[in-house]
Design a protein around this ligand. Structure first.
Ligand code: HEC
Length: 138
């Protein structure tokens, strides 16, 4: 009983920026999964998210790549897809109100982009951390 109450309370204190109810639910689900994967998990973390977003890895194509390769380090600016050359609208909801609002898009791109950069899917904790970073980065 005690454990269940903890799990339900846990995610509510986590996010700085406003999230719509669907995104909030998505993040709550990620937090529950992260806690299942790792009992020591307490909350998503901006700093860990920053590391995930800015660090370089050998990606799917066998070359060094990071999230910033396409999205740049200034999330309020437009990015550029290094594979296709196409412009990417800003990731930050501060600059782009259409970003980080549709769970379907967020899920789809996190799956695809983790594979691009990490050559695997992200864990629940990694996804939550990086979302917290993206929505709070000034
Ligand atoms: C090879 C280029 C590329 C890389 C590398 C990349 N992304 Fe993306 N990302 C995109 C493109 C393209 C979109 C779709 C943009 C659009 O719809 O305007 C996107 C969209 C997203 C979205 C969806 C935003 C929304 O609300 O629709 C998220 C979240 C995201 N990326 C996070 C990441 C993270 C985290 C990483 C690193 C693990 C990363 N991206 C690395 C190209 C990239």
């Amino acid at each position: 009983m005690k454990k269940r109450v903890l799990l339900l309370l846990l995610p509510l204190a986590v996010f700085g920026a406003n999230l719509n109810p669907d995104m909030q639910k998505y993040m709550d689900n990620l937090a529950v999964q992260a806690k299942k994967d790792n009992p020591n998990f307490t909350k998503f973390d901006y700093k860990r998210g920053e590391e995930i977003f800015t660090s370089t890895h050998i990606g799917k194509r066998g070359k060094p790549i990071s999230c910033t390769s396409c999205h740049t380090t200034d999330l309020k600016q437009k990015g550029k897809n290094i594979n296709t050359g196409k412009t990417i609208s800003p990731l930050s909801p501060l600059a782009n109100p259409k970003s980080m609002v549709k769970v379907k898009n967020v899920k789809k791109w996190l799956k695809r982009n983790f594979k691009d950069v990490y050559n695997r899917v992200g864990t629940a904790q990694e996804k939550g951390d990086v979302v917290v970073y993206i929505i709070n980065k000034k």
